[in-house]
Write a protein that binds this ligand. Structure first.
Ligand code: SF4
Length: 236
């Protein structure tokens, strides 16, 4: 029997019914599916802050608070040749350093953090950025987010997950957490994401948040997680 043009059209545009029994929340099968999709979309996600060693990454991460990575990279392009060691930062002229990092915002506080952290690295850690969460947290201006960036990206040590604004938003939309406090979000993610995925997962979610799952208008039509996502913010 030949199908009429109208019914062919109808068949093409008919919406799929909502899948019954679709996995929700942190069901391990759903989390695995999310990880697979993220690996497909962002197999080589990594930190966008340019750096040549753990110390530079630490400084860049401190500078990235309330600032875009692009702007930090522009500033560090001239900053790192001028201040190339922890000593250069630790004993810098604070007013001069303030002006050197001014475009990243909050430059007075950031100068104090950078100089304080550099001094402590020299005095307590032999000039090397420490490799443990507890030690990193003793550096001025360093909280868990910065420590996780340094440990994960510079040393390949998975001590936790980086929770920035993108990770907060996308994790909530994917219903991997109900919390809004970054420390609690990190604890939630640490329970459901296998540790071997922590480093890459953080980068992947940050990339996804920047490129697709944007704050104001997520580009759900381009999102390969759309079938798994039931966020009220969805735009399709
Ligand atoms: S479907 Fe939309 S809201 Fe859900 S993760 Fe993708 S972009 Fe974000």
């Amino acid at each position: 029997m030949r199908m009429s043009k109208k019914s062919k059209e109808h068949k093409r545009t008919k919406r799929k019914p909502a899948r019954r029994g679709a996995l929700r929340g942190t069901d391990p099968k759903r989390v695995r599916a999310i990880l697979v999709k993220l690996d497909e979309a962002y197999p080589a996600a990594t930190c966008a802050l340019r750096h040549e060693n753990p110390f530079q990454l630490l400084i860049s991460t401190i500078l990235s608070a309330q600032c875009t990575d692009e702007r930090v990279n522009i500033v560090t392009q001239s900053l790192f040749p001028k201040y190339s060691t922890p000593k250069d930062f630790a004993y810098a002229n604070p007013q001069e350093l303030e002006q050197d990092i001014r475009p990243t915002g909050f430059f007075r506080n950031k100068t104090k953090s950078i100089m304080g952290a550099s001094k402590r690295i020299i005095e307590e850690f032999g000039g090397n950025v420490p490799r443990t969460m507890d030690e990193l947290l003793t550096l001025p201006g360093v909280a868990r987010k910065t420590a996780n960036v340094v440990l994960g990206t510079a040393y390949g040590i998975a001590s936790g997950l980086v929770v920035d604004t993108h990770v907060q938003r996308v994790s909530a939309r994917l219903d991997l957490t109900k919390n809004t406090d970054p420390k609690k979000i990190e604890q939630d993610l640490m329970k459901v994401i296998p540790q071997e995925h922590w480093i890459l997962f953080s980068h992947q979610i940050i990339w996804h948040g920047r490129r697709v799952c944007q704050a104001r208008k997520p580009r759900c039509i381009e999102c390969n997680l759309e079938q798994i996502c039931y966020s009220k913010d969805k735009t399709v």
